[in-house]
Design a protein around this ligand. Sequence first.
Ligand code: AMP
Length: 113
Amino acid sequence: MTEETIFSRILKGEIPCDEVYNDSVCVAFRDIQPQAPVHILLIPRKPMRSLQDAEPEDKELLGHLLLISSKIAQQQGLDNWRTVINTGAEAGQTVFHLHLHIIGGRELKWPPG
Ligand code: AMP
């Protein structure tokens, strides 16, 4: 059985979100604790715990997510942004449903923490 997460509950409409994009494959909404003026999360409708669980059959899905993340960033008026996927608790992953962070609207330092 697929594990329930905050994001699976958002997909089911059980928890509200500030949605900015959706299609048959994915949904994007504003992060509840934004780390920058623009901080959006893009999640696949398909449940997947993390990038570690991606299979070769997910190639098209992963490509779609990257292309849509760029479209969303540009729709938000960004020319510079960062796309982040935290994989695993020690890398900062707190919600175990694959998600891309789209972060921008301020100068971003490198390396990340
Ligand atoms: P990560 O730490 O990479 O797993 O990212 C999870 C993100 O989900 C964090 O940036 C949280 O602020 C965000 N988050 C948690 N709950 C919600 C929610 N209900 N709506 C929007 N964003 C959320």
